[in-house]
Every structure is written in structure tokens, then in C-alpha cells.
Design a protein around this ligand. Structure first.
Ligand code: F6R
Length: 621
């Protein structure tokens, strides 16, 4: 939610803050796209130059082309996902304070903004927006006007603010400095040569530098062109190690595709292969990426709880079938935002697996903390290196999907399932549930998946054609059983998010308990049919479900294994995926559903990378 960028370079010939910041915002726009704005210090010693507009970044770019603002060495920029106040020009960030001397941007929610607003209004301050950000800005402004430097004022303000926030600010009186602070909201520093950067995540600056540094909780960063100083809120220096960012800047480009989502769907063979790559140590045992969880803890685990939200939770649901089957340890999957409030039974013998692409989903972060307070061990399955969940979990298994820019998750889903399977295999081996040759067989099955995904992508024209013909549908149902159930729910979620069509995913077995009442003449129903080579009864039962909806007029769109002619007999359309062991099939059967949603949304003329009302990472609860 909200993308923020900061830049500091040398004064030189006037500075290049605007270019760097607009470039960074373009890469971060997936985080929020209700409005955008930029502030640059350096041209006027009394006032920071700003421009901001409701709407997407392109609206701001046009406004800047028509009415340029002076460039400078220091700047901050923001792309917004509205929380307080609608997306208007006035509510867009940056907000000015101290008579225009200070500009501030913010990601997160300031919980005590009402009390602070009253206090500041009592001092005669007028507010121009509905935002909590402006309150933080005026708090900072009043501290600066009382004589504090911007870094000291930021530390003092941070102590008074409650909630979750990343704040960046510049001061017209000191255009050689950019200051940032964070609590429960992401902020990464990019270390350059004679220039430094700040971003909500590393894609904000990877075209300029791949050396990064994370900020911890309640830390303040003060950047000049040549120095980066991190302190706590009391001004005590904090030493932070820099790290190399594995992603390259090309990974955050469209690479010849029309949309990021299409590109990311095509990245999936690599996302799975990279997540599998180099995981085994010399003894052939799985390695975690960071942190250590002692084997004796993992051996004594008596329950696993997977916590996540949205697509990541569906990946967790898929992984549950495999982990439980391979380890014989009970696995629960819980939405992170429900977990904490349910008073879950968690002990030192509970392994909590937090699945998150961004590593910044606030609901999941809070659930991780809750689990740790109860004594659980937490392993993160995370895509974004150095993110909050990656840092706070006891150990991390990174999904190596590369940057996922499209708001709707695709390649991260496959990589999360793959990582979940690796964890299951690791536990099964460690706990002696599987013999080494069985472990080898499972790893070989996983190794074969990227080529099969490629085959699905290469033969996807029929699903694209059908999707384009269905742009006028109002409701689409999705059915699946066993591992096909979360796949059905993920297919429905993709369609809702992208095409704004009412879609529901059901357990096929649940059909007769109610949902079948929804079926009427020509109702499209997708059915994920399990392999006929799996449990025979499962295949037969799902085919019965196909017949049941068909008998009531449904138009059945069936995802089936190549060669399953019986499934084709009951389908208006059948889309084949290569044969694979039952537990591996979600990695294939979800792909036609992703492509269906993408193509249908594109046929309706919607922006598939930035669907309405959404933001890529949900950093508020
Ligand atoms: C759907 C989607 C979301 C995310 C969810 C969790 O396409 O992208 O449902 O999966 O918001 O996000 P992360 O994985 O970043 O925790």
C-alpha cells in the first residue's frame, strides 16, 4: 500500500531528483495508484517544490510536462492507495508543513491522528487535507520550527506517532539531506556512488544500485549524497549490514509482453525452477536461506499452522495436502487476519509457516508476532529479500520468483507451492517419514514441473480464445476437489480481481449442499478434474459433479489431464495439462485459469496490472 521513493544526489548542475523519483514511482506504482506526487528541495531555500495529482502516475507526469517544477538534489515521491480521505489532489502526498519549508510522504496508518490533529489545530495550524499524513507533517513542521534539525524532529515525531508508518521528509533549508523513519511499514535504503536512494522496496532503485540496507523497527535514516546514517529514535547509531540484491533490473521490466501479468505468467517455469535450484547441501538435505531452526525443534513439532492471506493462503492450502501426506503432522491453514483473534492453540511444538510474496502484509506480520509470542517457531516462505517477515521469522525459505509487479499474484503462487513442498520434503526426511529414495523421487517429480508448465503456456491458445468470447458473462463458478479445491478458489479470485466478474470457487463435494442452486442455463462452470491415475474414486466423483451441473444447463469448462477422454465427454470445452503426480497437478492446472482471467479482463479493456481498488502489498490491517 503506497509506494515511496527518496533520492539524494549532489547539488551539481541543479540535481536530477525528479527523473530518479518518477522512475522509481513507475516501478512502485503497483503498490497503489489512486494519486501520485513529488517534492524536490534545492531550488528555493524557503519552499519545497511540489506537484501532485489524483489518478495514476501518468496524470502527474502530464501535469509536470505542462507545469514543470524546478529540479534539485533532494526529493521524495509517493504513489497512493487511499486510507484516510478519498483520492483527490488535496489528499495526494506530499503534504507541506512549516509554511512550505518541509514536505512529507507517508505509507501506513497513524492511529492517534485525531488527537494530534486537535492538538495542532489548537496551535493555530490549518489542515488542507483529510489525511493522517498531513497531521504527521505538521507535527514534524512544528518541531522543526521550534528549532530542531529535520533528523532530530523526525526522531521526536516518531516517538509521538502511534500505528504503522514509513515517513520520508525533505527540508528546503537543507537540500543536502533526506530523512526517513519506519515502524511496521517497509523502507529500504539503496546505496549508490555519490547518491543514495530510499524505496518501499528495492525495485524502486535497482536500475541505479543493487546494494541495499534494511531499516529496522523505529529507526531513522539520514541520507546525504555520500553518507547514510541510521539511528534509533533516541539518536543512538545503529549499525546495519548492507546486502546484494539478487533481482536484476530487467526482471522488473515487461520484457516484450503487453502486461506485467502476462510476462509473470510466462516467468512461471523459471520461478519454479529457481525456487528449487541449489536447495540441497552436500548430504542432499534441504537448506533454508536465512536463520536457523534446530533439527530437534523440527523433529518435535506436533502441529503446523500455515498463515497467509489471499493467493498466498491458497498456496498454503495446496501445500497442506502434501505436507500432511508426507510428514503425517497435522497441518492447519489459517487466514492471517483471523488467526490472531481466534486465540489459536499454539505451543513451542507448533511450527508456523508464514507465506507471503511481499513479506510486508501487515496481517501476516502481526500473526507471525503473535505466534512467536506464544512460543512457536516461525519459518517464512517469502519472495521479497530482506522484507519484514523474512527478517522476523526464525528462518526463511525464499521463493525465487523475482519481482512480481502485476497486482494479481501468479508466479509467486507457484513458487510458494514449490517452497511449501520443499519444506514438506525436508520435514519428511528429517522425521524419517520417507526413505531417501522416496525423497529423491519427489524431488525428481518437482524437477520435471517447469518443462510441463512451459508446455501449458505453449498450448494456451484455446483458453485465450474461449476467454475472449466470454467477456459478457456475469458469474463464473469454479469447482475442484482435494488439491483442485484451492486451485478453483484461486481461479475465482483471479477472475474477480481482474475482470470484476462475480466468481466463486467451491469444493466440488459441497455442490449438492447448496451452491448447485446457482446453476442455470448456460452458467459457465470451470471444473478442475483430478488425474484418472490418482485415486480413482476422486476422478469419478468429480466427473459426476461435472455431469450434475451439466444436467442443469451449465456450460462446463474442464481442466483435465492429457488423454482423459472421459472428462472431455462431459465438457463444453476441455483444456488439457500434462500428466503429473496428483500432488504436483496444482502447479499446472491453475495456469489455464490465470490465463483465462487475464485474457477476459483484457477483452473487457481493463488494466490487468493495476485492477481497481487493489494494491500489491497490503501494509495496513
Ligand atoms: C491476489 C493477491 C493477494 C495476495 C495477498 C497476500 O492476486 O495478490 O491476494 O496474495 O494480499 O500478499 P502477500 O503474498 O504479499 O502476503
Amino acid at each position: 500500500m503506497c509506494g515511496i521513493v527518496g533520492y539524494i544526489g549532489k547539488l551539481g548542475d541543479g540535481g536530477r531528483a525528479q527523473d530518479v523519483i518518477m522512475g522509481g514511482l513507475a516501478r512502485l506504482e503497483y503498490r497503489g495508484y489512486d494519486s501520485a506526487g513529488i517534492a524536490v528541495a534545492g531550488s528555493d531555500p524557503e519552499r519545497v517544490a511540489t506537484a501532485k495529482r489524483a489518478g495514476k502516475l501518468a496524470v502527474l507526469a502530464d501535469a509536470l510536462a505542462d507545469n514543470p517544477i524546478a529540479d534539485g538534489p533532494a526529493g521524495i515521491g509517493h504513489t497512493r492507495w487511499a486510507t484516510h480521505g478519498p483520492p483527490t489532489d488535496a489528499n495526494a502526498h506530499p503534504h507541506l508543513a512549516a509554511g512550505g519549508r518541509i514536505a512529507i510522504i507517508h505509507n501506513g496508518i497513524i492511529e492517534n491522528h485525531n488527537a494530534l490533529r486537535n492538538e495542532l489545530a489548537g496551535q493555530g495550524i490549518d489542515f488542507l487535507s483529510d489525511t493522517d499524513t498531513e497531521v504527521a507533517g505538521h507535527l514534524l513542521g512544528s518541531l522543526v520550527e521550534s528549532g530542531l534539525s529535520l533528523p532530530d524532529a523526525m526522531r521526536a515525531a516518531t516517538k509521538r506517532l502511534e500505528g504503522a508508518f514509513t515517513l520520508l521528509a525533505v527540508d528546503a533549508h537543507d537540500p543536502h539531506t533526506v530523512v526517513g523513519a519506519r515502524r511496521n511499514s517497509p523502507l529500504v535504503v539503496g546505496l549508490g556512488e555519490g547518491e543514495n536512494f530510499l524505496g518501499s522496496d528495492v525495485v524502486a532503485f535497482i536500475e541505479h544500485t543493487r546494494t541495499a540496507l534494511e531499516l529496522g523497527q523505529d529507526e531513522v535514516v539520514v541520507m546525504t549524497a555520500d553518507t547514510v546514517t541510521v539511528t534509533d529514535v533516541n539518536g543512538e547509531i545503529v549499525e546495519r549490514e548492507s546486502y546484494h540484491v539478487d533481482w536484476d533490473s530487467a526482471a522488473a521490466e515487461k520484457g516484450g509482453f503487453d502486461t506485467f501479468m502476462d510476462k509473470e505468467i510466462h516467468d512461471q517455469p523459471a520461478a519454479v525452477a529457481d525456487t528449487l535450484r541449489g536447495r540441497l547441501d552436500e548430504q542432499g538435505r534441504l537448506k533454508l536461506d536465512e536463520g536457523i531452526v534446530d533439527d530437534y525443534i523440527l523433529k518435535s513439532v506436533d502441529k503446523i499452522i500455515i498463515i497467509a492471506c489471499g493467493t498466498a493462503a491458497y498456496a498454503g492450502q495446496v501445500a497442506r495436502y502434501a505436507i500432511e501426506h508426507w510428514t503425517r503432522v497435522p497441518v492447519e491453514v489459517e487466514l492471517a487476519h483471523e488467526f490472531r483473534y481466534r486465540d489459536p492453540i499454539v505451543s513451542v511444538k507448533t511450527l508456523v509457516v508464514a507465506v507471503s510474496q511481499s513479506g510486508e502484509t501487515m496481517d501476516t506480520i502481526m500473526a507471525v508476532r503473535h505466534a512467536q509470542q506464544q512460543g512457536a517457531t516461525v519459518i517464512g516462505i517469502v519472495n521479497a529479500q530482506g522484507s519484514t517477515i523474512a527478517r522476523e521469522a526464525d528462518a526463511v525459505l525464499y521463493t525465487r520468483a523475482g519481482p512480481e509487479i502485476a497486482v494479481a499474484s501468479t508466479k509467486a503462487f507457484l513458487a510458494q507451492i514449490t517452497a511449501g513442498y520443499l519444506l514438506g520434503i525436508y520435514l519428511a526426511e528429517l522425521r524419517g517419514n520417507k526413505f531417501p529414495d522416496e525423497i529423491d523421487a519427489l524431488l525428481r517429480e518437482l524437477d520435471a514441473i517447469p518443462a510441463k508448465i512451459q508446455h501449458v503456456l505453449d498450448t494456451a491458445d484455446p483458453i485465450r480464445d474461449v476467454a475472449r468470447s466470454m467477456a459478457d458473462e456475469r458469474t463464473v463458478l469454479f469447482l475442484g476437489r482435494h488439491v483442485g479445491f484451492p486451485v478453483a478458489m484461486e481461479g475465482a479470485l483471479k477472475l474477480k480481481e481482474l475482470a470484476y466478474i462475480h466468481a466463486e470457487g467451491f469444493a466440488a463435494g459441497e455442490l449438492k449442499h447448496g451452491p448447485i442452486a446457482l446453476v442455470e442455463q448456460d452458467q459457465p462452470v470451470f471444473v478442475v478434474v483430478p488425474s484418472p491415475r490418482g485415486r480413482e474414486s476422486l476422478h469419478a466423483k468429480v466427473l459426476s459433479n461435472v455431469q450434475e451441473v451439466r444436467a442443469r444447463g451449465a456450460r462446463t469448462l474442464v481442466i483435465a489431464e492429457e488423454g482423459d477422454t472421459e472428462a472431455a465427454d462431459h465438457a463444453a470445452h476441455v483444456f488439457y495439462v500434462p500428466s503429473a503426480p496428483v500432488l504436483m497437478t496444482p502447479l499446472l492446472s491453475v495456469i489455464p485459469l490465470q490465463i483465462f482471467a487475464l485474457e477476459l479482463a483484457a477483452a473487457k479493456g481493463y488494466d490487468v496490472d493495476q485492477p481497481r481498488n487493489l494494491a500489491k502489498s497490503v501494509t495496513v490491517e
